[in-house]
Design a protein around this ligand. Structure first.
Ligand code: GLY
Length: 599
């Protein structure tokens, strides 16, 4: 296929970035779970093993025709086989997601939800699909409050049936395949079924997370039996089978995703949620039967002659990333470079301003009015950008007043999102591009395990409070509503052609990871592997998180001097990116276990 030329400026800027953050991108991050060569994942193809080595060496993977990048080599290989045989990116996504649900069950799967951004090579159009979970129709706005009207503790809400929303991922897989697939649907599950029945190698990350969550996973018998067979936690290198998952996939393969929403799988999900010991939920058969994937308008903003396109409400992802970039547009980040505290002052305060708007306005627009266009209107962002003109960190940040034909008095949101989730990027040999972020919310979701997969806790992405100071909170829980997300699956275009396909897990830090990756690639000229590996500095609500044990901490004194509160911590993104230029180049986040693979 003919991919257009990437700008020569990129190469020049790589040379200009100099030492420091830019130089450390290949060796400075501390993976939460190390990717220790091919044995960590069982038998891998030579190409997959080479991709793992490339990631370790900090170099991008290169290909001519197609590419897939995701969080586990076994899942990537399943997608690669589909693409090699002429399948589309939508076909490959079904195969990747089916395997991810088995080998990375803590992050995404049939029991969760996802957002998908699609670039269509034939029409040149970008489409977004919303497969977000919905609140049960029986849910009340006070679902996450005590009898006194106070918010429940986070894990009191998460663990059990109360937090489970209607899963959207199976319907999204089906909808994407119906729209853009051309491979036989049933065949796309073959590899996942084979791995589930024959056994897969437990990865270091999965084993580590199981060991770290023993108390919560141990609360429910089915979950305990799967992750602690015979009473012992599954360990790295174990071969694990999941016959129940194979059977679930066989049903979906044979009958389509409808079987998940109306048949015995739906009955089992509902029974598991409603009888969850100590914390039952209210999901019903009607919620599943009524579930719909929604096609929505993409949100696109212009940044340095690129169009950055992603998922609009109920995700805050594209809007908040778009606000950050829109405010930074008038500042010369390229000249400042990645080691400049001034560059990070601008990025940090632009993020704080954007998060203030996010907390006040952003929610599911099927339920609440929202100034969607106003939030990314160039004039509004230019006005907000003027606030960045000082020399120090902003002493205070509050939401702005975007143009809006409603005059609602809202209160800021208080929802807490902890990092988990997974991201899939695919470019097929026809030139289509797919960017999908997929989740069951917290690691291991609600901890409820049914028919071989975990159920989400996505409802805890709603604000636990409904009102503050007598004013309603936009992201309050309402029956049927979709909780606000931070997921930001992104496709960047230039002159109408895709140049970068990527996204990340990480709760509300996703927004910072995604904005930073665009800046690293576009302003600082880093290749995709450098851009995803670069140490993180993320500011959401004021505290500047710098990635511990990396060169990002070198900036801490200067940022403190500027007036930021700075804290070093692990920042476990899972960026998977494909840059489209003369060739395809792929990058996989060294903080997770994924790879990019292409031909
Ligand atoms: N649950 C993570 C998100 O949707 O942002």
């Amino acid at each position: 296929m003919n991919f257009h030329l990437r700008t020569a400026l990129t190469v020049l800027l790589v040379a200009a970035t100099g030492p420091g953050l830019a130089q450390q991108v290949t060796d400075s991050v501390a993976p939460e779970a190390a990717t220790e060569g091919t044995t960590a994942f069982g038998a891998l193809s030579e190409a997959a093993a080479a991709s793992l080595s490339a990631k370790d060496a900090g170099t991008p993977v290169e290909a001519q025709d197609w590419m897939v990048a995701a969080a586990n080599p076994l899942a990537v290989e399943a997608g690669a086989r589909v693409l090699r045989e002429g399948g589309t990116a939508a076909d490959a996504m079904v195969a990747v997601q089916a395997v991810l649900g088995l080998v990375e069950p803590q992050s995404s799967g049939l029991g969760g939800g996802a957002f998908l951004v699609w670039y269509d090579a034939n029409s040149g159009e970008v489409t977004t699909l919303d497969g977000r979970e919905t609140a049960p129709l029986e849910a009340t706005p006070t679902l996450f409050q005590t009898e006194d009207g106070e918010p429940l503790g986070f894990f009191d809400a998460v663990v059990g049936g109360r937090s489970v929303g209607t899963p959207g991922t199976p319907a999204l897989m089906q909808a994407a395949h119906d729209k853009w697939g051309q491979s036989d649907w049933a065949g796309l599950f073959a590899e996942a079924i084979e791995l589930a029945e024959g056994g897969f190698t437990v990865s270091p990350r999965l084993a580590g997370m199981v060991a770290g969550d023993a108390d919560r996973l141990g609360r429910f018998r089915a979950t305990q039996e799967y992750f602690f067979p015979g009473g012992t936690a599954i360990a790295e290198g174990d071969t694990l089978t999941n016959a129940a998952y194979a059977n679930t996939l066989r049903l979906i393969a044979a009958e389509g995703a409808d079987v998940f929403y109306t048949g015995p799988i739906a009955s089992d999900i509902v029974a598991t949620v409603r009888t969850a010991a100590g914390n039952p939920g209210v999901l019903s058969r009607s919620d599943l039967a009524l579930y719909e994937v929604k096609e929505r308008e993409p949100v696109c903003v212009t940044y340095r002659a690129h169009d950055v396109c992603g998922m609009g409400p109920p995700s805050s992802g594209a809007l908040t990333v778009g606000q950050i970039l829109g405010m930074l547009e008038s500042y010369d980040l390229a000249a400042l470079g990645p080691d400049s505290a001034e560059a990070w002052r601008l990025i940090g305060d632009a993020s704080r301003l954007a998060f203030a708007d996010r907390g006040l306005y952003m929610a599911d627009t099927d339920y609440v009015p929202m100034p969607t266009q106003g939030l990314v209107a160039p004039a509004y962002l230019a006005e907000r950008a003027q606030l960045l003109q000082g020399d120090d960190a902003l002493p205070e940040v509050s939401a702005g007043s975007p143009e809006w034909d409603h005059a609602m008095q809202l209160a800021p949101d208080e929802s807490l999102e902890l990092p988990s989730t997974s991201h899939i990027s695919i470019v097929d040999s026809y030139g289509n591009a797919l960017s999908m972020t997929t989740t069951i919310e917290n690691g291991f979701g609600s901890r409820l395990f049914v028919r071989g997969f975990l159920l989400n806790n996505e409802l805890t992405d709603f604000s636990f409070r409904t009102h503050a100071d007598g004013r309603p909170i936009a992201n309050r829980l309402e029956p049927g509503k979709r909780p606000r997300s931070s997921m930001a699956p992104t496709i960047v275009l230039r002159d109408g052609m895709p140049t970068l396909v990527f996204g990340s897990p990480g709760g509300s830090r996703i927004i910072g990871y995604v904005a930073k990756t665009i800046i690293a690639h576009v302003d600082w000229g880093m290749d995709v592997q450098q851009a995803v590996a670069m140490p993180h500095l993320v500011n959401r609500f004021g505290t500047y998180d710098v990635e511990e044990d990396t060169s990002a901490t070198d900036l801490a004194p200067a940022l403190t001097e500027l007036g930021f509160e700075v804290g070093a911590r692990a920042l476990t993104s899972g960026l998977h990116a494909i840059a489209i230029g003369e060739t395809l180049t792929g990058g996989a986040d060294p903080r997770r276990e994924g790879i990019a693979l292409g031909e």
